[in-house]
Design a protein around this ligand. Structure first.
Ligand code: SF4
Ligand code: ZN
Length: 420
């Protein structure tokens, strides 16, 4: 018998109303910051004999043994067991931690994997909230929402810095790497089905993401494996199987099956969607794209801006201005929202010639994608250090300076066919 836990045993409130709550430095009791010290959050599938249901352990100091306003390490491992549990579900459960922890009154959470950041407010601390209560929340919510696969759940929270370092480097990072590798080895051709995602229809009613191994959701948070797991966990949920048995044009990534699926899931608002083109029937965008690319006519290329970038692009538009060109679930040829990892994909704008079209990106984004993007450019076109040919804000914020830079570097886009 499975019992839904309605009351979580913590001394502060728990509700989605607290999700947007921000805790300022002066209001915080303690902070945990994965970008500065060793942190991790992880779901680990275990054998039933290794999990003691509802056991919550804190290894290391509690919040009342930490200095007011201090930055600390934290690593929590949520051990789960269940006969229907699969390792592929782990990241889907983990991704919910952000939402769970944010719903606690006086507690704030951002990031994921080994880069999470948590703040506990002075008010929550004074009300009696302690680190062990994070475990109570994770336990209760995982049992509530994943009862189809999780029979037993135990939470181990490490705050001892040496233990956090060990857990992060010896347990968490190898797990994340293994997951990423599994996805890296999948191609669109090697799978039999794609998945739709309509999670964003709450605010973009006709938006449908088609998620493939080489094209993750534009939010950057839903990979093909995640969509697959979401579908298996909740067959009537936001991610549905899309077959790919009737290709129309493989170069465009056009399929009759995909068209039918987007027609159905957009309630008829969309008729045709291609997977690999930004010009012909491009995928729609909701509002949560990590990046936007837009055509830059003077260089026959595209400019990409990421959400964090506050400056100007050579299109004469900032990120919010580019965002206003697309979004809302409509198709806008020439502009498209996408995830950061899609930039190094062999399927990025494949129909228009692929990543060779990329002429400009903010420096920070370029550095973030460099290793993977350069590897793809080497493999596809034999170009070494392709990112050296791509402009950024330190090189150009207007098209003339950009074209001069691209000419000097011999950027391949200049000699390609115009995109329109
Ligand atoms: Fe789903 Fe992400 Fe696409 Fe939203 S943006 S529909 S969450 S894949
Ligand atoms: Zn969205």
């Amino acid at each position: 018998i499975k019992i839904k836990i309605t009351n979580i045993d913590i001394p502060v409130a728990f509700a989605s109303a607290f999700e947007g709550e921000i805790i300022r430095r002066k209001d915080m009791q303690v902070e945990f910051d994965g970008s500065r010290v060793d942190c991790a959050e992880l779901v680990q599938t275990c054998d039933a004999s290794e999990v003691e249901d509802h056991k919550i352990t804190v290894i290391g100091p509690e919040a009342d043994e930490m200095e007011l306003g201090s930055k600390n390490s934290i690593a929590y491992v949520v051990k789960v067991a269940g006969k229907n549990m699969q390792a592929d579900f782990e990241p889907v459960i983990e991704r919910k931690f952000h939402n769970y922890i944010n719903c606690i009154e006086g507690v704030y959470h951002t990031g994921q994997r080994d880069m999470q950041r948590i703040r506990i407010s002075i008010d929550a601390f004074n009300a009696g909230f302690r680190i062990k209560h994070l475990g109570e929340v994770l336990y209760a919510q995982v049992k509530n929402e994943f009862d189809a696969v999780v029979d037993k759940c135990e939470v181990v929270i490490y705050t001892d810095p040496a233990e956090c370092t060990r857990v992060r480097h010896e347990v968490a990072i190898p797990t994340f790497e293994k997951r990423d590798e599994r996805l890296d080895n999948l191609t669109d051709e090697s799978v039999d089905v794609y998945y739709s995602c309509i999670l964003c229809q709450a605010f973009s009613p006709s938006h449908v993401c088609v998620v493939t191994p080489e094209r993750l959701g534009l939010c950057g948070a839903v990979s093909w494996l995640d969509a697959k797991a979401t579908n298996e966990l909740d067959p009537a949920g936001p991610c549905q199987v899309i077959t790919k048995e009737r290709p129309i044009d493989e170069n465009l990534g056009a399929y009759e099956d995909v068209d039918e699926a987007v027609q159905k899931f957009s309630q008829g608002a969309l008729e045709h969607v291609t997977l690999y083109s930004i010009m012909q029937d491009p995928m729609t965008s909701c509002g949560c794209f990590e990046c936007i690319c837009g055509i830059e006519p003077f260089s026959n290329g595209v400019v990409i801006a990421n959400r964090e970038y506050a400056g100007m692009t050579p299109l004469g538009m900032t990120f919010p201005e580019m965002a206003s060109m697309t979004g809302g679930g409509v198709q806008t040829p020439g502009f498209m929202g996408h995830g950061k990892h899609f930039i190094s994909s062999k399927k990025f704008m494949k129909a228009e010639g692929g990543i060779e079209r990329i002429v400009w990106m903010p420096k920070e984004l370029k550095e973030f994608v460099a290793e993977r993007l350069n590897a793809t450019a080497k493999e596809l076109y034999g170009i070494d250090n392709f990112t050296d040919m791509i402009g950024d804000e330190t090189v150009a914020e207007d098209p003339e300076t950009l074209v001069a830079f691209l000419t000097e570097k011999g950027h391949p886009a200049l000699s390609m066919d115009p995109m329109m």
